[in-house]
Design a protein around this ligand. Sequence first.
Ligand code: SF4
Length: 241
Amino acid sequence: MKNYKHIYGPVRSRRLGNSLGVDMMPLKICSLDCIYCECGATTELTTKRQEYIPIDDIIIELDDFLANNPSPNYVTFGGSGEPTLNSELGKIIRHLKDRFPSQKLALLTNSTLLNDRQLRNDILPCDLILPSLDAATDEIFYKINKPETSINCAEIIDGLKSLSAEYKGEIWLEVFIAPGINDTNEEIALFKNVITEINPTRVQLNSLDRPGTISNLTAAPHVTLTDIARKLAPLPVEIVY
Ligand code: SF4
């Protein structure tokens, strides 16, 4: 692969197959500072949407790759910060759907900006949306995701519900399980209510794969994830860790 700056892979992804990644943000600008983030601590915590990376630079690389290589299963917007913070995300999505209409597009998002109607409209043409939700209450949300101060859990859940009502594609909701923080019976029961209301196509339980930003965070044992999956039934839960 050429020496691209904003796209990487294609990588073999457990969830997406052959996935060409698009890094929409500079390291490490995000609306959250999750304790499990593999990219390190957030250096700029913000909810401000702007063109952090010139979108035309990303489009040039995508056009070049897609015109000269076999199609990946997905072009996936993600990377080392929250991709929806890039205000021009919709422009790339529209461009790819015009120029490469059969190319499937996936979006990884931390869900914090889904309350923004304009953003939701921008991402509707994606073929798959993989939002995350790690808490059903602010207390747990602050512990795991350490958000920018204006964000709260209820608004994220509202945004997810709105997306679910408007979007025609599949939503695979990822839940990161942090042992001792969001795996209590009480939190799982609240999760069950909230996720039932969101009504995603799949619920994917994940846990620590590579070191996060705090040293004492451990991976949830498989037996814990299995137990949580059982408690969340009949929701369509799978363990992806
Ligand atoms: S939302 Fe994603 S990029 Fe941002 S801190 Fe959390 S894991 Fe890292």
